[in-house]
Design a protein around this ligand. Structure first.
Ligand code: HOZ
Length: 427
């Protein structure tokens, strides 16, 4: 595979941009090699500056559920741009998107749009603290909720990939109120809530963990969280930045039938443009300024281009059978990869919820961060590079999810399975 131009650009980038990338997970650090510089993307494919093309299973880390550059979305963004790209004043578009989100996720009775998932989560946490008049938060090891100070403790995604357990620059005082529990360990949560519940503002969870690889919730885990938090006056926050509109039109809360107090969204609701949202019970959301005293603001919040892309994306996700088809295709891909691993004698533990999936190079089971990190990451790196050579672009880290889009074809899946068969040989 020719990578001359990518290498040149990466050398140049490192002079001007720390690590040569604008987000650490892009850097290929844990898989060796160097990032590919992308020139364009269309449908299920990425095209790099050296003329290579790849079937893309990263999909910009989740948002591109309709594939890259879908014609109707691009046309809508273009039309919106002609009307101006930002007003710093309300628009009808924002009302439309808030209504659409509320209809899909009825727990989100009121919604505030922001510009990223990180911003959504940090705002929801401030709101939970303001509303409950408590400071404590409980999060799960290996879950990632963006890069705000008090949520970086034992976090997944880039921190897991790069092995950064504690981030310099975060004062100990800021994380003093953050408790961590093991994902899927409800007894552990029970103990913590029993001891500290009266000081806890919220429990925040990825209802399907997607930042330590994919780790689905065990039977009854989310339900037990719901009951425990309710019993102790602690708010339950679902971070559905990845799962929202990904594993079903109603997100994880729709799939598992849980009504959280607050929900955070991002990725898909911006159709590939920068957006985030948080929302929940009206009574709680009324604490947000200017309705209430908890301050949160943003110059580009509710940006008309991002909101247009979001509306047009959500409209298309309502197509009958769309999520079933995505699920079927993801199952076929997972099955094919699983069979290939088995044939090659490679221990692979696969996890999947709808169109988000993952393979851990360990016997498993994988139920939390402790078991996820048993994966042989060297082996993942080898697999990743062999797949890349064969035109399949997976996340450059074991601890991320693979995603499918409606633009992926049966031929893409078949090609990927064939590539996996070859990649597993003598791995
Ligand atoms: N949640 C994404 C990774 N799991 C964020 C992408 C990024 O950090 O750049």
């Amino acid at each position: 595979m020719k990578t001359t131009k990518s290498k040149q650009l990466f050398a140049e980038a490192q002079k001007y941009i720390p690590g040569g990338v604008n987000s650490p997970v892009r850097a290929f650090r844990s898989v060796g090699g160097q990032p590919l510089f992308i020139k364009r993307a269309k449908g299920s494919h990425l095209y790099d500056v050296d003329g290579n093309s790849f079937i893309d299973y990263v999909l910009s880390w989740g948002p591109m559920i309709l594939g890259h550059a879908p014609a109707p979305i691009i046309a809508a963004i273009t039309r919106a741009a002609a009307n101006g790209t930002s007003y710093g004043a309300p628009t009808e578009l924002e009302v439309t998107l808030a209504k659409m989100i509320g209809q899909a996720l009825p727990s989100m009775e009121q919604i505030r749009l922001v510009s990223s998932g990180t911003e959504a989560v940090m705002s929801a946490i401030r709101l939970a603290r303001g509303y409950t008049k408590r400071d404590g938060i409980l999060k799960f090891e290996g879950c990632y909720h963006g890069h705000s100070d008090y949520l970086l403790a034992k976090a997944g995604s880039g921190l897991a990939t790069l092995g950064i357990p504690d981030c310099p620059g975060v004062p100990a005082d800021f994380t003093r109120h953050t408790l961590t529990a093991s994902y899927n360990d409800i007894e552990g949560v029970q103990r913590l809530i029993k001891a500290h519940g009266h000081k806890l503002a919220c429990v925040i969870v990825e209802p399907v963990a997607g930042n330590m690889g994919v780790v689905p919730p065990g039977d009854g885990f989310l339900q037990a969280l719901r009951e425990l938090t309710r019993a102790h006056g602690v708010l339950l926050i679902f971070d559905e930045v990845i799962t929202g509109f990904r594993i079903g039109y109603g997100g994880a809360q729709g799939l598992y039938g849980i009504r959280p107090d607050l929900t955070c969204l991002g990725k898909i609701i911006g159709g590939g443009l920068p957006v985030g949202a948080y929302g929940g019970r009206q009574e709680i959301m009324q604490w947000i300024a200017p309705a209430g005293p908890v301050y949160q603001a943003g110059t580009l919040s509710g940006n008309p281009l991002a909101v247009t892309a979001g509306i047009e994306t959500l409209k298309r996700l309502k197509a009958p059978g769309l999520y079933k088809k995505l699920d079927r295709q993801a199952a076929e891909l997972a099955e094919g990869i699983g069979e290939a691993a088995k044939k090659a004698g490679v221990a692979l533990t696969q996890t999947r919820v709808g169109s988000m999936l993952c393979g851990f190079f360990t016997k498993g089971p994988v139920v939390d961060w402790a078991s996820a990190k048993q994966s042989d990451t060297q082996r993942y790196a080898k697999f990743f590079n062999r797949m890349l050579e064969r035109g399949c672009y997976f996340a450059p880290s074991q601890f991320e999810a693979a995603f499918l889009s409606t633009a992926h074809t049966p031929a893409d899946v078949e090609k990927t399975i064939l590539a996996a068969r070859a990649a597993f040989k003598n791995l």
